[in-house]
Design a protein around this ligand. Structure first.
Ligand SMILES: [Zn+2]
Length: 471
């Protein structure tokens, strides 16, 4: 899901799947079709999902993965059909652990609810998954069986599909054996680095998968599989697949760049993760060193969530990087130059992502070199006004009403309020209120979804500016 100002929850919850992700899961339709298919008269002699067949594919693919990555497995990866285990439970447990590591300050019950929710939905949307804690590779037979028909290839090519999916998944195992993924998660700086890390993890797996595909003459199939995720050889194909493309596609380019200088260069960013997502766009700027904020934005944001709505929140406090900032603006390709100009003026972006069962919110600080940055941002916002409506509607498949008006609740050099009304069926809709407020070289953004903050939006903006002034 992409908004003009989005929260990074998708980033926190989705990238750690270490899986082959399906962008538009065809599971339901596929399952339906399957029921009507008559039982074949001639039974294939080899069940593609039998232990013997999977083992023989693994034996074929494993050395190709090692050759591409330039590293050997320390332990042979183990393949398991996800139908044979409690797959949703497994993803939930992994997600619980991850959230505990990256958001230790959030109440445990909230984290667990969130993990359970995503465990259920994610388990239906992946074509393969490496278990971060169990160290096993899971293959969802029911979803995989339908892949050949979804990518319009002969059903007998299921073995080729399995070759590529297995190559991808065991690369995550290889990555873990040489870079210790749980240890990397434990020392993650923030959600921004997590997104960058996702680009490395999925980028490596996708790059190696591509090399194996080339070796086996399966490059066409490789691109068809990635097409299911909404991206292809020319980049993003499906506008709502930005986050997926950033990890798998952009990440693959990042790895490819480093791989061109040899195996050691390839593994350097895999072992010492890049600090920021800007490096995915410009691989030559890679550095694992965390940038130092010019001011203590965390202090300025402390407690401001309570101005917006009292009570416990799941809180993620993160730098905001290029994947997120560009992701908000891909609505309009013609804005790219203006976006580049604006981003080059940006000194720092920090964001609080807030979530509880009945509401979500975002509180953001954007600090620019001088007051031209905010002006460029507001030009972009206003230029996008028309496009927003169409794109937001197209993305969600429903007609979304967008109202933009001046925001007069606080003193400002410029301020705008945008209200989106998103239908959720039965004549009901949810509301999303977003206020952008400029003072000098700083923009404060407050977004609330599924609740009406009323005057509280202005109070929150004021609290953030006061916090900044007090630094
Ligand atoms: Zn993966």
């Amino acid at each position: 899901m992409k908004h003009l100002t989005r929260s990074t929850w998708s980033v926190l919850l989705a990238p750690l799947l270490f899986g082959g992700l399906l962008c538009s899961p065809p599971a339901a339709a596929g399952a339906q079709k399957k029921k009507d298919t008559p039982v074949p008269l001639v039974v294939e002699t080899v069940d593609p999902f039998s232990d013997e067949n999977l083992e023989s594919i693994l034996n074929e693919v494993q050395p190709l993965v090692e050759a591409a990555a330039g590293r050997k497995f320390k332990t042979k990866p183990k393949l398991v059909l996800s139908e044979d285990v409690d797959f949703p439970g497994l993803i939930t447990a992994e997600m619980q652990w991850i959230l505990g590591e990256v958001m230790p300050d959030t109440p445990e019950l909230m984290r667990n609810n969130m993990a359970a929710q995503s465990g259920r939905s994610m388990s239906r949307h992946v074509l393969g998954k490496y278990g971060l804690l169990s160290k096993e590779v899971y293959l969802p037979k029911r979803l995989l069986e339908d892949v050949p028909s979804h990518i319009e290839v002969d059903s007998e090519r299921i073995n080729d599909v399995l070759r590529l999916i297995i190559a991808h998944e065991i690369t995550h195992a290889l990555n873990d054996q040489h870079a210790d993924l749980p240890a990397q998660v434990s020392v993650m700086i923030d959600a921004e680095q997590l997104t960058a890390a996702g680009g490395v993890w999925e980028g490596l797996a996708t790059w190696v998968e591509g090399e194996v595909a080339r070796n086996l003459g399966l490059k066409e199939l490789f691109w068809k599989l990635n097409g299911l995720q909404g991206w292809g050889p020319n980049g993003l194909e499906n506008v709502s697949a930005w986050d997926t493309w950033a990890k798998y596609g952009l990440g693959r380019d990042f790895i490819s760049h480093h791989a061109a200088s040899g195996t050691d260069a390839l593994w350097e960013p895999v072992v010492d993760l890049p600090a920021s997502t800007s490096m995915l766009f410009r691989p030559d700027t890679y550095s694992s060193e965390a940038p130092v904020p010019p001011r203590n934005y965390n202090l300025a944001l402390k407690g401001v969530d309570q101005k917006l709505s009292k009570g416990d929140w799941m809180i993620s406090n993160t730098r905001l990087g290029e994947v997120d900032l560009r992701g908000e603006t891909i609505h309009d390709e013609s804005n790219m130059e203006a976006l580049d100009a604006m981003l080059s003026q940006l000194v720092w972006a920090q964001q609080l992502d807030l979530m509880r069962s009945d509401r979500e919110a975002v509180i953001r600080i954007l600090e620019f070199k001088d007051d031209t940055g905010p002006k460029q941002l507001f030009e972009l916002l206003r230029a996008q006004r028309k496009a927003v409506n169409q794109h937001a509607s197209a993305e969600r498949g429903v007609e979304i009403e967008v109202i933009t008006e001046p925001f007069a609740d606080v003193e400002a050099d410029d301020a705008v309020l945008r209200i989106e009304k998103i239908p959720i069926g039965n004549g009901r809709h949810i509301e999303r209120h977003a206020a952008w407020v400029v003072r000098g070289n700083t923009v404060v953004v407050v977004v609330s979804e599924r609740f009406r903050p009323g005057l509280r939006t202005g109070w929150t903006v004021e609290a953030v500016f006061s916090g900044l002034d007090a630094l």
